[in-house]
Each structure stands twice: as C-alpha cells, then as structure tokens.
Design a protein around this ligand. Structure first.
Ligand code: MG
Length: 249
C-alpha cells in the first residue's frame, strides 16, 4: 500500500467550484480504500473561520488542518493546536513590538480580531501600495531586531509571521509527524501564501489554473519539473494534477 500525503489550500484552490469539489471528494474516498492517503488542509483562515467554511462546503474531514498561514496545526477533530509546533514559533516573536512598528504604517489596515492569532498579525493592504511598503516594513522590523516573515497574498492580505512559521515550514513539520517523504507528497495552491508549500523540498506541486498573478509569476521563475500548472480551476485543477502525477489513472 503506497502512502501519500495530499496537502491543499482551501479558498480558490480546493473550494470555489462545488461540483468539481464533489467529484474530487468522490475520487479521494475511492482512492483512500486502495491506498493509505493522508489529507491535510493548509489555509490562511483561522480555525473559527475554517469551521464557518466547513458549514457551507462539502469538505472531507482532514487528517491534519493547518490554519492561520501555517502557524497552527490541528489533528483530526482536535480544537487545540499542536503545542510542539507552537513552541517552535515562540523564538524571537514579540507580538506587541510588531504592532508598535506597524502603527507607523498608515496604509496597513488591521484585519478583524478573529484573524489576529498568537503567531500571526494580519492587515489589509491595497495591491498598488505593496511593492513600496513591504520592503520598508521589512527594514523597520529588522532594525528593531524583529526577524519575521512578511507574506503578501491574494492582492489584499499582508501577514506578519514568525521566521520559522509559514505554510512550508508547517508542511515540513507535518511530514515528520506522518513520516512521509517529499516525493510522497502533493501540495496544491493558488496564491502568494502557498508559494512556501512549493518551495520546501521536492514535493509534487499543483498550481491551479485560476492562480493569482503572484503565484504564476513565482511558477514562471522557479517552477520545476515536479510542479504542474493546471489548466482548470480549483478542485478541477487538483483532479488534473492528481492525474498528471499518476495518483489517479
Ligand atoms: Mg487560496
């Protein structure tokens, strides 16, 4: 029995075309009877926001759920994030100090409290301001000794994360937990915060056909032969990728 880990982003990757999602679910359920398939969702949403999505979309229960851009990891139906993962993010992370600096950037609009997490500070930022503001913010944080990761995604979300915490680092941690190699892993995404999923190792990657310009640009510059750019959108693009990587015949 071949083990396989499928990791997918939710909004505009797995979710976005309900008919295609139902087709994919069907195939995954069938595949799960023949192979040891592990399913993980990796989303920018908070856990609460994931539950809201789950109430309206036909989502299979995943084996692991990575929320808040890789900063929280949940297993099965647990409501508490993996404390070992949280501990690794603590190093050098001082939320209040970050907020004191971002307060000087008036174009950053703080996202609602539900999206502010222990290891994620989130803003909205208009796309035409991003290329100027992001480098200045990076410098401002760095000179105060706050080494963080800034991720701009979907032409609107700016997330500040601990240096060791993004979707890619969380994927590495998950692979270790499940004892699964990069070659036995398929990752799927559509936007900037998914870039990290495609850049950890030699995980098979599916960029869905409706991907955002920032991810398409990344694919153009860094895409490898173990990455696949689908022509179809959302779950139909994932299905296409699973055929491409011969997980489905
Ligand atoms: Mg997305």
């Amino acid at each position: 029995m071949t083990r396989f880990l499928l990791v997918t982003d939710l909004d505009n990757t797995l979710v976005g075309d309900q008919a295609a999602l139902e087709r994919l679910n069907q195939q995954l359920m069938q595949l799960r009877q023949e192979q040891d398939i592990l399913l993980a969702y990796s989303t920018g949403r908070s856990h609460d926001s994931y539950l809201k999505l789950k109430a309206t979309e036909p989502l299979l229960d995943p084996d692991a759920l990575v929320t808040s851009v890789g900063t929280e990891i949940y297993y099965q139906n647990s409501r508490t994030p993996d404390p070992d993962w949280s501990r690794t993010l603590d190093n050098g992370w001082v939320r209040e100090d970050i907020l004191a600096i971002t307060a000087h950037f008036q174009d950053l609009v703080l996202q609602p409290a539900s999206e502010q997490r222990p290891y994620k500070v989130s803003f909205y930022l208009a796309p035409h301001l991003a290329s100027d503001l992001v480098p200045r913010l990076k410098v401002a944080l760095h000179i105060r000794g706050l080494d963080t990761k800034i991720v701009y995604s979907g032409g609107k979300d700016l997330d500040i994360l601990p240096l060791g915490g993004d979707k890619g680092q969380a994927l590495l941690f998950l692979r270790e937990q499940f004892d699964i190699s990069a070659e036995q892993t398929i990752v799927c995404g559509d936007s900037g915060n998914d870039q990290a999923l495609f850049s950890v190792g030699k995980e098979r990657g599916v960029v869905v056909g409706n991907a955002q310009p920032e991810l398409l640009q990344w694919y153009k510059e860094h895409g490898a032969d173990y990455h696949y750019l689908a022509t179809r959108s959302c779950a139909a693009g994932i299905l296409e990728g699973l055929h491409h990587f011969r997980l489905l015949s």
